[in-house]
Design a protein around this ligand. Structure first.
Ligand code: SDX
Length: 449
């Protein structure tokens, strides 16, 4: 957290307690863009009270200069560059440099960065034995959590993160190795041999090579498909303080090593309300099965008694169209056209579902629009990935965002351990009961069946 003196605004908010008659001034801090914040860091000390915000709907957990989102306008920028421009004009490794270092690289720095990443793509050979410890039908995300966490056991030469050089080696290793780890998780799940990375291929082509090549034939893939995959990674690179990024920051705030922190981020991303949604969208489209069944599912999504939600719709921040979904939709058409799959039934259902939902009063009133996950699954399925790999691909793209946010937090001079408080609603103090005085009947009969 920067020292806010220069950002502190003249105006402040005054809290007044009817009970004590006291008032408390809360300074207002202005950001470069987006909502100002109320500085409540002294609130508990001055009032003896906490704020209460489950899910952090109105809470800024940190300050950051990496990503800006305007949810009402559907704006997403990385270091000031609009996501549509980056997805159209940049390449994923260049966006990695931008997120890590704050600016687009010079041609020389870009080549150097690519060279550094290329030289870290291999995994320690011992890790192959870790893969072999999993069942073949293990979910690839379970393997990702395990293998990325296990990297901590291999890199004792980069554990002093107060040293910028060691910090950067850890960042480069994670960006470089995550595609190799993801490709190996896929190969392991289908019983094919692991494929080593190649230094003569670009980052994304190398990932597709490690994933889809087999020793028995020459590997060929169209430039359009490589570009679509690279664009997919760009669209997933970072997204402000989402659940998995906040998990990485909280884990890192205790000084845990970045490999363990990224493993924690992968675990959080796996949930269907977060990165697991792309897998859930395809399952939902397959369950709908035909455009004629769409109204039934729309009604289920609107029924408060039904836990069903329209996967790929809605977002905590975007109350407008997710700008990534717009690019993803364009990309879906390009990929399906390239692969002669424009008659993909799932695409037809998705387009019709979007059309109906966006006209429906419920979705309009609750500002539920397609998010990044709505179209991404269609692209990934067309590329030949099983649905179980979809969130792995999200994690491969997001690793640079997680590690950039971790680095930003570590480099913050006022970096503190994250330790939220609570509203306690449990029992007041009571005496211990000896066994003979307790209720005779079990209240957990259902548990012991
Ligand atoms: C990602 O945070 C990020 O930045 C995440 C992400 C990233 O890049 O890191 O963008 C990636 O996680 C995208 C979101 C993927 N998840 C899904 O597509 C799952 C379906 N979406 C919902 O689960 C939901 O919209 C969330 C979890 C995404 C957002 O949840 P919120 O902001 O907590 O919204 P909410 O649950 O409070 O919903 C507000 C209202 C509720 O109704 P009320 O209680 O006010 O009556 O809208 C309803 C919800 O019931 N609602 C939906 C809905 N999403 C919200 N109703 C039907 N279908 C939906 N999809």
């Amino acid at each position: 957290m920067a020292d806010y003196e220069e950002n502190k605004q003249k105006n402040s908010f005054t809290l007044f307690s009817n009970e004590t008659g006291k008032s408390y001034d809360l300074p207002v801090i202005k950001g470069t863009e987006g909502p100002d914040v109320l500085d409540i860091r002294k609130l508990y000390e001055e009032t003896g009270m906490f704020t209460y915000d489950p899910g952090f709907t109105s809470t800024a957990s940190c300050d950051s200069s990496i990503t800006f989102i305007d949810g009402n306008k559907g704006v997403l920028r990385h270091r000031g560059y609009d996501i549509h421009e980056l997805a159209t004009n940049s390449e994923f490794l260049e966006v990695c440099y931008l997120l890590l270092h704050g600016d687009l690289p010079s041609p020389e720095d870009k080549n150097k960065f690519k060279e550094v990443i290329r030289n870290h793509t291999m995994l320690h050979e011992q890790l192959v034995y870790l893969y072999r410890g999993f069942r073949r039908d293990a979910h690839p995300m379970a393997i990702m959590v395990g293998v990325v966490g296990a990297l901590s056991a291999f890199y004792h030469d980069s554990t002093d993160f107060s040293d910028i050089k060691q910090r950067m080696i850890a960042c480069h290793r994670l960006i470089a190795k995550i595609p190799t780890i993801g490709a190996m998780a896929y190969k392991y799940s289908i019983g094919q041999p692991f494929v080593y990375p190649r230094n003569d291929l670009s980052y994304t082509e190398n990932f597709l090579y490690m994933t889809f090549s087999v020793p028995t034939r020459e590997f060929k893939i169209s430039k359009k498909i490589v570009k679509a995959m690279d664009r997919f990674f760009i669209l997933h690179a970072d997204h402000e303080q989402n659940a998995s990024t906040s998990t990485v920051r909280l884990a890192g705030s205790s000084g845990a090593n970045p490999f363990a922190c990224i493993a924690a981020g992968i675990a959080s991303l796996w949930g269907p309300a977060h990165g697991g949604a792309n897998e859930a969208v395809i399952k939902m489209l397959e369950e709908i099965g035909d455009v004629k069944n769409i109204p039934e599912f729309i009604n289920k999504a609107k029924n408060k008694k039904d836990p069903f939600r329209l996967m790929g719709f809605g977002h905590r921040v975007y109350k407008n169209y997710d700008p990534r979904a717009i690019v993803m939709k364009e990309s879906a058409h390009e990929v399906l056209e390239e692969l002669n799959k424009l008659d993909d039934p799932l695409l037809k259902i998705a387009i019709e579902l979007e059309k109906i939902a966006l006209k429906d009063e419920f979705f309009i009133e609750k500002k539920l629009f397609p998010n990044v996950d709505f179209y991404s699954g269609i692209i990934l399925k067309a590329l030949g990935f099983p649905t179980s790999m979809f969130t792995v691909l999200f994690a491969i793209g997001r690793t640079v965002g997680w590690i950039s946010q971790w680095k930003e937090m570590i480099e913050d001079p006022i970096n503190k351990i994250g330790r939220p408080r609570q509203l306690y609603l449990g029992q007041k103090t009571r005496q211990f009961q000896s066994e003979s005085t307790r209720e005779k009947k079990s209240i957990f009969k259902w548990l012991w069946k």
